[in-house]
Write a protein that binds this ligand. Structure first.
Ligand code: DOR
Length: 447
């Protein structure tokens, strides 16, 4: 957290529609935060001595949690750092994020976990939970010290960016991680099948003459890891699901009682491989944007609970890194500042999911997957609250992002719906509410 100001004793959020799936709440109510924790959710709480913010006409929800963010700190702070990434997070409505270990050096040693946690407590605008690597140096060869990393505060294990090819290592990681009650979070991709692919293998890759990444490269590792998780009784979390095949496998495994959870990104829910036709590298992402049939399967999986959570996979890269030929550009798009608007516009407004589903998938479920506090407005929970304006029309201007990077696939999109205030532990970290404007400036911006 950045602010040196003392945590105010109390904050009363009045007049909003409170939506909290964890307590089956959807009604007009006030929310009182005292000493950094939820103290009451009730009709017409007397304002007393409390600092009051008016949420009339808005929706008040448990603080959003993004379980998949690349903060690039340590080592690649020209792309993002903990201060800029968490500022982007609160401007996007997130009160907590989990950050991936493919930093330089990677988060494969307790000292790096401690670095991230201590920098986050000094310069972070929201809560930050580090995810540690599964293998040393993310090299896929030797297991990290799982116990030491868990003791230092890692909340899960992942070699995100690639899958761990060696099944025996995954089996061991699952066995050890489950001793600490932590998930193994796999980026499911068989490299021998994905080869030098740069986009989805299908009609568009043929038309564009680009190497394709077949859907089976993802499905194969999902299938393997579901079997390993079932055998180990471990919690497998499947990162950024992109194929209809993965959805089928996860659905069937859930029916059999395998401890599997899964996430999907807004870009995989909204865009298809056709977006690559202009060779714009802001549509180059791993896993790649898939076919319309895959997108339909992902949306169905959200609706039937096969996919538990929406996560951004916020993956910052600089303009210089992305302004190269499609083949050469790094994979990744940012998402912290657009996720809520994109989900509200493309999924909630047309009635594909409800507001309560959004909150479950972007707050309650991520808290439960990561085993962290939050995701609820129940009494005594952290005073982490997001206020949404479902009617706010805005357009995506990458130049205005707090993120140091601008590699969004949604540039220029007209969206309806936005996070307008973000409160962490009772402190207003971001607000565009009338009379409350508190918009943290982009930090450490390089020209
Ligand atoms: O597109 C991606 N970018 N996918 C990943 O798995 C890694 C990420 C990154 O770190 O840039």
């Amino acid at each position: 957290m950045t602010d040196a100001r003392p945590i105010p004793d109390s904050l009363l959020i009045t007049g909003g529609r409170v939506v909290d799936p964890s307590t089956a709440t959807d009604r007009m109510a006030d929310v009182l935060i005292e000493h950094g924790r939820i103290a009451a959710v009730a009709g017409a709480i007397p304002s007393g001595e409390h600092r009051v913010i008016d949420a009339g006409g808005r929706v008040v929800v448990p603080g959003l949690i993004d379980l998949h963010v690349h903060l690039r700190d340590p080592g690649q702070t020209h792309k993002e750092d903990i201060a800029s990434g968490t500022t982007a997070a609160v401007r996007g409505g997130f009160t907590a994020i989990a950050c991936m270990p493919n930093t330089v050096p990677p988060i494969d040693h307790p000292a790096i976990v401690e670095y991230v946690r201590s920098m986050a407590s000094k310069t972070g605008a929201c809560r930050v939970y580090p995810i540690a690597a599964i293998t040393k140096a993310l090299a896929g060869e030797e297991l990290v010290p799982i116990g030491g990393l868990a003791a230092a505060g890692a909340i899960g294990f992942s070699d995100d960016g690639s899958a761990v090819a060696n099944a025996e290592l995954v089996r061991k990681a699952m066995a050890y991680a489950s001793m600490y009650g932590l998930p193994v979070m796999e980026h499911c991709e068989d490299r021998t099948l994905a080869r030098a692919g740069v986009m989805h293998e299908g009609e568009w890759s043929a038309v564009l003459g680009l190497h394709g990444i077949p859907t089976v490269s993802e499905d194969t590792i999902v299938a393997r890891d579901l079997l390993l998780a079932a055998a180990a009784g471990a919690h497998l979390h499947v990162l950024h699901v992109s194929t209809a095949g993965s959805v089928r496998l996860i659905r069937e495994a859930k029916r059999r009682g395998v401890r599997v959870t899964a996430e999907v990104t807004p870009h995989h829910l909204v865009l298809t491989d056709a977006a690559v036709q202009g060779f714009d590298t802001n549509f180059k992402v791993n896993p790649p944007l898939r076919s319309a049939a895959d997108v339909a399967a992902l949306r169905e999986a959200l609706a039937d609970g096969t996919i538990d959570a929406i996560a951004t996979d916020h993956a910052p890269h600089t303009i210089e890194e992305k302004m190269v030929e499609f083949d050469q550009a790094p994979f990744g798009v940012i998402g912290l500042e657009t996720a809520v608007g994109v989900v509200l516009t493309t999924l909630v407004a047309p009635g594909i999911i409800g507001v309560s589903d959004l909150v479950r998938m972007m707050s309650t479920a991520p808290a439960s997957i990561l085993g962290v506090p939050g995701g609820t407005l129940s009494i005594g929970a952290p005073g982490d609250v997001t206020i949404l304006d479902l009617d706010r029309a805005w357009s995506v201007d990458p130049a205005a992002f707090a993120s140091k990077s601008q590699n969004t696939p949604f540039a220029g999109w007209s969206l309806k719906g936005k996070a307008v205030a973000t409160i962490v532990g009772g402190e207003i970290k971001f607000s565009e509410l009338e009379g409350e404007a508190r918009v943290p400036a982009p930090v450490h911006r390089e020209s």
